[in-house]
Design a protein around this ligand. Structure first.
Ligand code: ZN
Length: 182
């Protein structure tokens, strides 16, 4: 196990677009393992490499008992939007908010061995793919909320016990109870 500390909102790495993976090597396989171990320990439904301070286009997911990872993802989204689904983020411990997302997503990318792969997700899986791919572009779920909801979310962030701790911090407890943390 190689559990890493999860970066919290306020850490500049979360606002920095990640670089495409070029070398499908041993280092990459270690990164996927670290992301998987850290996500399962949190626990969370998804984790992107920038959340553990690594600026590469890699994420892991654990949704509906399906565990996996994707490198260099490229998404195709359905026009149908779920406006009300609750969403959380391991970089915003304990908080979840309604966040609009496409209901279905097709995610194209690569395995850690460099093999092309196409993943299809609906509902929570689709939400996870969108949330994690956003992390790789420096986009956070608060950016996807309508302005009124974002205002409420930012108020909750300011009031959170971890607020202002932008340095790497060990995982917060208690674990999130509402929504799914990604
Ligand atoms: Zn997140």
């Amino acid at each position: 196990m190689a559990i890493q500390s999860i970066r919290l909102f306020g850490d500049p790495v979360l606002r920095t677009p990640a670089a495409p993976v070029v070398d499908f090597d041993k280092e990459l396989r270690k990164l996927v393992k670290d992301l998987t171990d850290t996500m399962m320990d949190a626990p969370g439904a998804g984790l992107a490499a920038p959340q553990i301070g690594v600026g590469l286009r890699v994420f892991t997911y654990y949704v509906d008992d399906q565990l996996g990872h994707l490198i260099n993802p490229d998404l195709d989204l359905s026009p149908e939007i779920d406006e009300e689904g609750e969403e959380g983020c391991l970089s915003f411990p304990g908080l979840s908010f309604p966040t609009p997302r496409a209901v279905r997503a097709v995610a194209k990318g690569f395995t850690m061995h460099g093999e092309p792969v196409v993943l299809e997700g609906t509902d929570l899986m689709a939400r996870c793919f969108q949330h994690e791919t956003d992390h790789l572009d420096g986009i956070l779920f608060i950016d996807r909320m309508d302005p009124k909801q974002r205002k409420l979310a930012m108020k909750a962030v300011r009031e959170a016990e971890w607020s202002g701790l932008s340095a790497p911090v060990i995982k917060a407890s208690p674990h999130p109870t509402g929504g799914k943390a990604l």
